[in-house]
Ligand binder design. Structure first.
Ligand code: PMP
Length: 286
């Protein structure tokens, strides 16, 4: 059984309890982060903490009292659950007032709810999917308009994943006004020649922590990066495609809407970026 963290305490998972009035439960009024663990160490913790701080600020949510201890809490959970490879999920909600109300509760009396738990994933870095690549479908992006805030409103991404599954594929790329925004839980890229193309930052996508690192490494390796939107037709015509996220790192995409991309096998640029990302992230892991 896992040990989880709830509001300052480490408890067995079956003893952690949150109020039915918690705004995360009633209104999806919460934000989250997922940090991966490799070799028992945290990958890019600083990046995730910074984005968390921004998500809280954008929603006028107060920082929890334990905000400055979150690195220690993450490390303690890795230790207590003996995680070598896996993920740490963190969620902060606006807390549990004593009744349901659209008006935000007084932050003096209603403290945020802070939950962290681990997911043990042995073999995460050596995933067989990275050798084979994944297949995606395209689907209309029907999420709210502030996707740059990492909220727990994950119903539509969950539906997109189910649509992919129903089609016998692995994931969905969401499309708005004819352009790809991002994957259900990852950023989306295509490669044409030596150029890596991924959507520019804005409110339409989550500013991936992995995206920032991968683009930095790509530029350092003299690859050309174009931050602009692209269409599904462009993706079908690309030499390679891939996704990035904290839990998949760099994952090749070999098919979109039943159309093979490039050779239909993971391409060399995706493979190289995965290798560089894993090497460099491990070196900097805390
Ligand atoms: N976009 C969305 C919608 C996501 O849910 C995620 C994963 N959290 C990402 C992009 C990738 O972000 P990161 O690299 O920080 O995991």
């Amino acid at each position: 059984m896992r040990t989880v963290y709830l509001n300052g305490e480490f408890v067995p998972e079956n003893e952690a309890q949150v109020s039915i009035f918690d705004r995360g439960f009633l209104m999806a009024d919460g934000v989250y982060e997922v940090t991966s663990v490799l070799g028992g160490k945290l990958i890019d913790f600083a990046g995730h903490a910074k984005r968390l701080e921004r998500s809280l600020a954008e929603l006028d949510m107060q920082k929890p009292d334990d905000f400055d201890n979150l690195l220690e809490v993450h490390r303690a959970l890795v230790r207590l659950n003996d995680i070598d490879e896996g993920m740490i999920y963190l969620q902060i909600t606006r807390g549990a007032p004593d009744d349901r109300d659209f008006v935000f509760p007084d932050p003096e009396t209603t403290r945020p709810t802070v939950v962290l738990f681990t997911q043990n994933k042995p073999g995460l870095a050596n995933s067989p999917a990275a050798q084979k690549g994944i297949k995606v479908i395209s689907i209309e992006d029907q999420r709210w308009a502030r996707r740059d805030i990492k909220t727990v409103q994950l119903l539509y991404p969950s539906m997109a994943k189910m649509a992919a599954k129903a089609a016998g594929k692995d994931d969905a790329w969401m499309v708005e006004d004819g352009k790809v925004t991002e994957g259900s839980s990852n950023n989306a890229y295509i490669v044409k020649g030596n150029t890596i193309i991924t959507r520019h930052l804005g409110t339409e996508i989550l500013h991936g922590i992995t995206r920032a690192a991968v683009l930095r490494f790509a530029r350092e390796a003299q690859m050309t990066v174009e931050e602009r939107s692209f269409t599904i037709d462009e993706a079908k015509d690309a030499d390679e495609a891939f996704i990035t996220s904290a839990s998949t790192f760099v994952m090749p995409v070999v098919e979109v809407d039943d159309h093979a991309i490039g050779t239909g096998k993971p391409g060399p640029i995706s493979a190289r970026l995965r290798e560089i990302y894993l090497d460099e992230s491990l070196k900097a892991a805390v």
